[in-house]
Design a protein around this ligand. Structure first.
Ligand code: MN
Ligand code: MN
Length: 301
């Protein structure tokens, strides 16, 4: 270390030869960034297949293979002010991790920037939701209702995210899309109707445009968008912690993102497990991030 304690003082001539992994299009500094990407490598409460702590770097690696120009949106990503802060330092305690996410996103929101968080397990979302304000709508993509009061003795388990978010945002603010795994206890809870759960079957029979229309009519304001990758069918997103058959199509999720992008003030993508992936899940996650930023920046309607 150098005399002022900074590691890079050691051999500045070597710094250009090494890099910390960043999203390829993240060419901006934090100060001038509009989109602030960061990873939260935490999977401490995961109940089945662990490994989501490895997802942020796996998504960055996949992102390297995407073109930096998207002709559909007409967006040249290196010109968009995107920064990547790297991965958050996390310990073992889920409550502390959520508090750290809360502190980080509070700062990002205060600066008027848009957090793009890569989990990690779904519990990390709660930290961001604490900052979005009660006038904000939340759209969740998930196979699971995540509506348990507590799970394995912990109210901040990843199986409780929607329940915790409801306590913060109140009734009528949360839309969860792709639901197909619900416990009897969750289904019977008196708060069940306070969240609008669109089952995967309902999306299949009525079409994703009916979901878009219902949300559009009821909630015209700002939106926080949280993607639990297991909401998407395991055929398209196999690398997840708790896979569930009969899911959404990736293009249906993209449709929601494209429609609401201009109103989205915060975005996360969670529950990927590279250990069980064939590469497609990380690739899809990278693409969904690009779809979000691309459609938000697009001058198309
Ligand atoms: Mn979830
Ligand atoms: Mn899930």
């Amino acid at each position: 270390m150098g005399s002022d304690g900074r590691q890079e003082d050691n051999a500045p001539e070597l710094m250009g030869l090494f890099s910390l992994r960043r999203i390829a299009d993240a060419t901006s500094s934090y100060g001038s960034a509009k989109y602030v990407i960061f990873g939260v490598p935490f999977d401490g409460t995961s109940s089945f297949r662990r490994g989501s702590r490895l997802a942020p770097d796996s998504v960055r690696l996949a992102y390297d293979n995407l073109e930096s120009f998207d002709f559909h949106y007409g967006v040249n990503f290196p010109l968009v002010p995107i920064c990547d802060l790297g991965n958050m330092q996390v310990g073992e305690d889920v409550s502390e991790v959520i508090d750290t996410v809360e502190a980080a996103t509070a700062e990002i929101f205060r600066e008027g920037k848009i957090p793009v968080m890569i989990g990690g397990e779904h519990s990390v979302t709660v930290g961001a939701v604490r900052n979005i304000g009660r006038d904000c709508t939340m759209i969740i993509i998930d196979a699971h209702s995540d509506f348990r009061e507590e799970y394995m003795g912990n109210r901040y388990n990843h199986a409780c995210v929607t329940r915790r978010s409801l306590e913060i945002l109140g009734p009528g603010r949360i839309y969860s899309v792709g639901t197909r795994s619900v416990s009897l206890e969750e289904y019977n809870s008196k708060e069940w109707k306070e969240v609008r759960f669109f089952t995967a079957d309902e999306v299949r029979s009525k079409g994703i445009s009916s979901v878009v229309n219902e949300i559009e009519k009821a909630s015209p304001g700002r939106i926080y968008f949280s993607i639990d990758m297991d909401g998407i069918d395991p055929s398209e997103a196999p690398g997840v912690g708790t896979p569930e058959p009969y899911g959404l199509r990736a293009m249906e999720v993209r449709e929601l993102i494209r429609h609401f992008a201009k109103r989205i003030v915060g975005f996360d993508i969670v529950e990927m497990t590279p250990v069980y992936d064939n590469g497609n899940t990380s690739m899809l996650a990278a693409k969904l991030i690009q779809d979000f930023i691309g459609s938000r920046e697009s001058s198309l309607a």
